[in-house]
Ligand binder design. Structure first.
Ligand SMILES: C/C(=C\CNc1ncnc2c1ncn2[C@@H]1O[C@H](COP(=O)(O)O)[C@@H](O)[C@H]1O)CO
Length: 230
Protein backbone atom coordinates (compact mmCIF):
# COMPACT_ATOMS: atom_id res chain seq x y z
CA UNK A 1 0.00 0.00 0.00
CA UNK A 2 2.82 2.40 0.86
CA UNK A 3 4.46 1.70 -2.49
CA UNK A 4 1.22 2.41 -4.25
CA UNK A 5 0.73 5.62 -2.27
CA UNK A 6 4.21 6.83 -3.14
CA UNK A 7 4.09 5.81 -6.78
CA UNK A 8 3.46 8.90 -8.89
CA UNK A 9 2.97 6.72 -11.98
CA UNK A 10 -0.33 5.49 -10.52
CA UNK A 11 -2.17 8.30 -12.33
CA UNK A 12 -4.38 11.09 -11.07
CA UNK A 13 -7.80 10.05 -12.30
CA UNK A 14 -8.83 9.30 -8.72
CA UNK A 15 -9.31 13.03 -8.07
CA UNK A 16 -12.33 12.88 -10.35
CA UNK A 17 -14.05 10.07 -8.46
CA UNK A 18 -16.94 10.56 -6.04
CA UNK A 19 -15.13 9.31 -2.93
CA UNK A 20 -12.40 11.87 -3.56
CA UNK A 21 -15.00 14.52 -4.28
CA UNK A 22 -16.64 13.80 -0.92
CA UNK A 23 -13.33 14.53 0.79
CA UNK A 24 -12.96 17.74 -1.17
CA UNK A 25 -16.48 18.81 -0.19
CA UNK A 26 -15.77 17.92 3.42
CA UNK A 27 -12.59 19.98 3.33
CA UNK A 28 -14.58 23.03 2.17
CA UNK A 29 -16.88 22.73 5.17
CA UNK A 30 -13.93 22.24 7.51
CA UNK A 31 -12.13 25.27 6.10
CA UNK A 32 -15.27 27.40 6.14
CA UNK A 33 -16.29 26.47 9.67
CA UNK A 34 -12.70 26.80 10.91
CA UNK A 35 -12.08 30.17 9.30
CA UNK A 36 -15.39 31.72 10.27
CA UNK A 37 -15.82 30.21 13.73
CA UNK A 38 -14.65 33.36 15.49
CA UNK A 39 -16.78 35.71 13.39
CA UNK A 40 -18.96 38.00 15.47
CA UNK A 41 -22.45 39.09 14.43
CA UNK A 42 -22.50 39.41 10.66
CA UNK A 43 -24.84 40.31 7.83
CA UNK A 44 -24.57 38.83 4.33
CA UNK A 45 -24.99 41.31 1.49
CA UNK A 46 -25.87 40.00 -1.97
CA UNK A 47 -26.19 41.65 -5.33
CA UNK A 48 -25.11 41.78 -8.91
CA UNK A 49 -21.56 41.02 -9.97
CA UNK A 50 -22.16 43.41 -12.85
CA UNK A 51 -23.23 46.70 -11.25
CA UNK A 52 -19.91 48.46 -10.85
CA UNK A 53 -18.59 51.80 -9.61
CA UNK A 54 -20.73 54.63 -10.96
CA UNK A 55 -23.98 52.73 -10.54
CA UNK A 56 -26.19 54.14 -7.77
CA UNK A 57 -26.55 50.67 -6.26
CA UNK A 58 -22.77 50.37 -5.99
CA UNK A 59 -22.74 53.55 -3.89
CA UNK A 60 -25.67 52.28 -1.82
CA UNK A 61 -23.96 48.93 -1.19
CA UNK A 62 -20.79 50.70 -0.11
CA UNK A 63 -22.77 52.78 2.36
CA UNK A 64 -24.66 49.72 3.61
CA UNK A 65 -21.35 47.92 4.23
CA UNK A 66 -20.05 50.95 6.11
CA UNK A 67 -23.20 51.39 8.18
CA UNK A 68 -23.43 47.73 9.09
CA UNK A 69 -19.88 47.83 10.41
CA UNK A 70 -20.65 50.95 12.44
CA UNK A 71 -23.64 49.07 13.89
CA UNK A 72 -21.29 46.32 15.04
CA UNK A 73 -21.60 43.77 12.26
CA UNK A 74 -19.11 42.01 10.05
CA UNK A 75 -20.12 42.04 6.38
CA UNK A 76 -20.14 38.85 4.31
CA UNK A 77 -20.35 38.86 0.51
CA UNK A 78 -19.57 36.57 -2.37
CA UNK A 79 -16.20 38.31 -2.60
CA UNK A 80 -16.64 39.15 -6.28
CA UNK A 81 -17.01 42.38 -8.26
CA UNK A 82 -19.97 44.79 -8.44
CA UNK A 83 -22.26 45.02 -5.44
CA UNK A 84 -20.14 42.48 -3.53
CA UNK A 85 -17.05 44.62 -3.96
CA UNK A 86 -18.94 47.75 -2.92
CA UNK A 87 -20.23 46.22 0.32
CA UNK A 88 -16.75 44.86 1.11
CA UNK A 89 -15.26 48.29 0.36
CA UNK A 90 -17.60 50.10 2.73
CA UNK A 91 -17.03 47.51 5.45
CA UNK A 92 -13.24 47.55 5.13
CA UNK A 93 -13.03 51.33 4.99
CA UNK A 94 -15.13 51.55 8.15
CA UNK A 95 -12.54 49.36 9.84
CA UNK A 96 -14.73 46.29 10.12
CA UNK A 97 -14.43 42.70 9.14
CA UNK A 98 -15.01 42.41 5.41
CA UNK A 99 -15.53 38.79 4.54
CA UNK A 100 -15.52 37.44 0.98
CA UNK A 101 -16.66 33.91 0.19
CA UNK A 102 -15.45 33.52 -3.38
CA UNK A 103 -16.41 30.85 -5.86
CA UNK A 104 -14.23 29.15 -8.46
CA UNK A 105 -15.79 29.82 -11.83
CA UNK A 106 -14.91 28.58 -15.34
CA UNK A 107 -13.84 32.11 -16.22
CA UNK A 108 -11.38 34.16 -14.25
CA UNK A 109 -12.61 35.30 -10.87
CA UNK A 110 -10.78 36.43 -7.79
CA UNK A 111 -11.61 37.99 -4.49
CA UNK A 112 -12.05 41.75 -4.69
CA UNK A 113 -9.43 44.02 -3.15
CA UNK A 114 -11.57 44.98 -0.16
CA UNK A 115 -11.91 41.55 1.40
CA UNK A 116 -10.04 41.30 4.70
CA UNK A 117 -10.96 37.67 5.35
CA UNK A 118 -11.45 35.50 2.31
CA UNK A 119 -12.16 31.90 1.42
CA UNK A 120 -12.49 30.42 -2.05
CA UNK A 121 -14.97 27.64 -2.64
CA UNK A 122 -15.32 25.16 -5.46
CA UNK A 123 -18.85 24.14 -4.49
CA UNK A 124 -21.73 26.61 -4.39
CA UNK A 125 -23.65 24.61 -1.79
CA UNK A 126 -20.77 24.60 0.72
CA UNK A 127 -20.35 28.34 0.22
CA UNK A 128 -24.09 28.98 0.62
CA UNK A 129 -24.07 27.23 3.97
CA UNK A 130 -21.51 29.78 5.21
CA UNK A 131 -23.61 32.76 4.09
CA UNK A 132 -26.45 31.59 6.32
CA UNK A 133 -24.60 29.97 9.19
CA UNK A 134 -22.43 32.97 9.95
CA UNK A 135 -24.96 35.74 9.32
CA UNK A 136 -27.89 37.08 11.30
CA UNK A 137 -29.67 38.45 8.26
CA UNK A 138 -29.50 39.05 4.52
CA UNK A 139 -29.53 42.30 2.57
CA UNK A 140 -30.39 41.56 -1.04
CA UNK A 141 -29.57 44.26 -3.55
CA UNK A 142 -30.48 44.22 -7.24
CA UNK A 143 -28.93 41.28 -9.06
CA UNK A 144 -29.42 38.43 -11.46
CA UNK A 145 -29.64 34.65 -11.19
CA UNK A 146 -26.93 34.38 -8.54
CA UNK A 147 -28.62 36.94 -6.32
CA UNK A 148 -32.06 35.40 -6.86
CA UNK A 149 -30.66 31.99 -5.98
CA UNK A 150 -29.30 33.36 -2.70
CA UNK A 151 -32.56 35.19 -1.96
CA UNK A 152 -34.78 32.16 -2.49
CA UNK A 153 -32.45 29.86 -0.61
CA UNK A 154 -32.77 32.16 2.42
CA UNK A 155 -36.53 32.43 2.06
CA UNK A 156 -36.90 28.66 1.87
CA UNK A 157 -34.79 28.18 4.99
CA UNK A 158 -36.82 30.77 6.92
CA UNK A 159 -40.17 29.51 5.61
CA UNK A 160 -39.33 25.96 6.65
CA UNK A 161 -37.93 27.16 9.99
CA UNK A 162 -34.49 25.77 9.34
CA UNK A 163 -33.33 29.20 10.47
CA UNK A 164 -35.25 31.49 12.78
CA UNK A 165 -35.23 35.21 13.43
CA UNK A 166 -33.54 35.90 10.11
CA UNK A 167 -34.51 39.15 8.40
CA UNK A 168 -34.35 39.24 4.61
CA UNK A 169 -34.30 42.80 3.32
CA UNK A 170 -34.73 43.64 -0.34
CA UNK A 171 -33.00 46.93 -1.08
CA UNK A 172 -34.28 48.88 -4.08
CA UNK A 173 -38.06 49.23 -4.24
CA UNK A 174 -38.31 49.86 -7.98
CA UNK A 175 -36.12 46.85 -8.76
CA UNK A 176 -37.91 44.39 -6.51
CA UNK A 177 -41.51 45.64 -6.72
CA UNK A 178 -42.30 43.54 -9.79
CA UNK A 179 -41.12 40.37 -8.09
CA UNK A 180 -43.19 41.10 -4.99
CA UNK A 181 -46.25 41.82 -7.12
CA UNK A 182 -45.76 38.53 -8.99
CA UNK A 183 -45.37 36.64 -5.70
CA UNK A 184 -48.66 38.15 -4.49
CA UNK A 185 -50.63 38.00 -7.75
CA UNK A 186 -49.48 34.58 -8.95
CA UNK A 187 -47.67 32.54 -6.33
CA UNK A 188 -49.93 33.49 -3.44
CA UNK A 189 -53.07 33.58 -5.59
CA UNK A 190 -52.37 29.99 -6.66
CA UNK A 191 -51.88 29.08 -2.96
CA UNK A 192 -48.28 28.05 -3.57
CA UNK A 193 -47.29 30.13 -0.56
CA UNK A 194 -49.19 31.40 2.49
CA UNK A 195 -49.96 35.09 3.08
CA UNK A 196 -47.57 35.08 6.01
CA UNK A 197 -44.73 34.01 3.71
CA UNK A 198 -44.82 37.38 1.98
CA UNK A 199 -44.04 38.96 5.34
CA UNK A 200 -40.66 37.24 5.31
CA UNK A 201 -39.49 39.91 2.88
CA UNK A 202 -38.95 43.53 3.84
CA UNK A 203 -38.60 46.09 1.08
CA UNK A 204 -36.86 49.44 1.41
CA UNK A 205 -34.74 52.16 -0.18
CA UNK A 206 -33.67 53.45 3.19
CA UNK A 207 -30.24 52.46 4.52
CA UNK A 208 -31.19 53.56 8.06
CA UNK A 209 -34.09 51.12 7.89
CA UNK A 210 -31.84 48.29 6.72
CA UNK A 211 -29.60 48.78 9.74
CA UNK A 212 -32.56 49.19 12.09
CA UNK A 213 -34.18 45.97 10.89
CA UNK A 214 -30.95 44.10 11.51
CA UNK A 215 -30.46 45.69 14.92
CA UNK A 216 -34.01 44.86 15.99
CA UNK A 217 -33.47 41.23 15.11
CA UNK A 218 -30.01 41.04 16.55
CA UNK A 219 -29.48 37.89 18.54
CA UNK A 220 -27.14 38.05 21.51
CA UNK A 221 -25.37 34.79 20.81
CA UNK A 222 -21.86 34.70 19.47
CA UNK A 223 -20.19 33.93 17.26
CA UNK A 224 -22.66 32.53 14.75
CA UNK A 225 -26.19 31.30 14.32
CA UNK A 226 -27.07 27.94 15.73
CA UNK A 227 -28.60 25.58 13.19
CA UNK A 228 -32.01 24.23 14.13
CA UNK A 229 -30.95 20.84 12.78
CA UNK A 230 -27.96 19.21 14.44
C1 LIG B 1 -20.08 37.65 -13.73
C2 LIG B 1 -18.73 38.13 -13.35
C3 LIG B 1 -18.07 37.68 -12.26
C4 LIG B 1 -18.66 36.67 -11.35
N1 LIG B 1 -17.95 36.56 -10.12
C5 LIG B 1 -18.54 36.19 -8.97
N2 LIG B 1 -17.77 36.12 -7.88
C6 LIG B 1 -18.33 35.80 -6.70
N3 LIG B 1 -19.64 35.54 -6.53
C7 LIG B 1 -20.44 35.61 -7.61
C8 LIG B 1 -19.92 35.92 -8.88
N4 LIG B 1 -20.96 35.88 -9.75
C9 LIG B 1 -22.05 35.57 -9.05
N5 LIG B 1 -21.77 35.41 -7.75
C10 LIG B 1 -22.73 35.10 -6.66
O1 LIG B 1 -24.05 35.37 -7.10
C11 LIG B 1 -24.45 36.70 -6.72
C12 LIG B 1 -24.38 37.63 -7.91
O2 LIG B 1 -24.87 36.98 -9.05
P1 LIG B 1 -25.65 37.83 -10.16
O3 LIG B 1 -26.10 36.80 -11.14
O4 LIG B 1 -24.66 38.81 -10.73
O5 LIG B 1 -26.77 38.48 -9.43
C13 LIG B 1 -23.47 37.21 -5.67
O6 LIG B 1 -24.14 37.59 -4.47
C14 LIG B 1 -22.49 36.06 -5.48
O7 LIG B 1 -22.63 35.40 -4.26
C15 LIG B 1 -18.13 39.15 -14.24
O8 LIG B 1 -18.03 40.40 -13.63
Amino acid sequence: MDQHLLDTRAGSDFVHTDPWRVLRIQSEFVEGFGTLAETGPAISVFGSARLGPGHPMYAAAEEIGRRLVRAGYAVITGGGPGIMEAANKGAAEAGGQSIGLGIELPFESRLNDHVTLGINFRYFFARKTMFVKYAQGFVVMPGGFGTLDELFEALTLVQTEKVTSFPVVLFGTSYWRGLLDWLADQVLAESCINPVDLELLQLTDDIDEVVEIMRTNRTPRLPSRTPVEG
